[in-house]
Design a protein around this ligand. Sequence first.
Ligand SMILES: Cc1cc2nc3c(=O)[nH]c(=O)nc-3n(C[C@H](O)[C@H](O)[C@H](O)COP(=O)(O)O)c2cc1C
Length: 341
Amino acid sequence: MTTTNAATYPKTAALMRRGAAFLGTEHAILCGAMSWVSERNLVSAISNAGGFGVIACGAMTPDLLDAEIAATKALTDKPFGVNLITMHPALFDLIAVCARHGVGHVVLAGGIPPKGSVEAIKDFGAKVLVFAPTLALAKKLLRSGADALVIEGSEAGGHIGPVSTSVLAQEFLPALAEDHIVFVAGGIGRGEMIASYLEMGASGVQLGTRFACATESIAHPAFKQAFFRGNARDAVASVQVDPRLPVIPVRALRNKGTEEFTAKQVEVAKLLDEGKLDMAQAQLEIEHFWAGALRRAVIEGDVERGSVMAGQSVGMVTKEEPVADIMAQLMSECEAALSRG
Ligand SMILES: Cc1cc2nc3c(=O)[nH]c(=O)nc-3n(C[C@H](O)[C@H](O)[C@H](O)COP(=O)(O)O)c2cc1C
């Protein structure tokens, strides 16, 4: 079950037509960038299977990104994109690296794109994809040059907003999907779900959790095992204990690290109350708690104290499978759903 030909799935292909044309792919299915996971091997496998792989630049330096793009190009001649975090201090140098490689699509994540960044990407002919938490912001970004939108609900793995995918889809798709390219992300584990978002007008979808433990993923075997064992209810959002302390919500598998994080917040809040830490020190203690934690889980396999970022669809990830098989499953489930009745 590894066909990558869109013609095998005619109803799905018809609804994915705009998204696939925008991405230059067979199927309008993106594998969302996952730091440490979305490197040359997974990204090229997704693109070779007819989807759209996205390199997670994360905290990489421009030189590292340069090498990663070159290595990915050596493994696929299909389109793939690069995800850049907007607050990266070298954002414009990273954009220049993408320009040198003629990257076709850049995804700007992690906040509102800084002044000039969308223009800098469009200047070398690439398309810009952005995330928008509210409809008003989405409209503003599209007016100011973004080419496509990803709406991502709180079911997703990694950094999340407060609103579920189903509600975001109802808010954004009727308002924007006719005139704009909108991809839906968060909580998608099966093709039936893809069918329903396509029927609501989405141009395509983005998945992370479902692809994170594919055969081609370099994630540590212990990270993959944690995914295969995990159920939806194990993928929990980080809890903020004290409103004074900054906690960016992240969805990850519950483990010793998530418990210790709660305890750490209580301890830091107490030190703050007692005047033993000032606010800046207290906030730094919290911000530093998870530093390097995703790498520890993905690369070193420390699934107890690392951050095992995973979405609620993790319960649908039960074994290691080649990307092409996962893609074919999603497409045939979607096609079957669209063919009913
Ligand atoms: C392990 C992991 C790491 C992630 N890292 C990033 C990241 O670096 N940048 C980003 O924009 N999104 C990141 N995400 C979000 C994914 O790109 C994708 O949007 C999300 O996984 C989709 O929802 P799903 O997990 O329910 O499929 C990450 C997700 C996971 C599971």
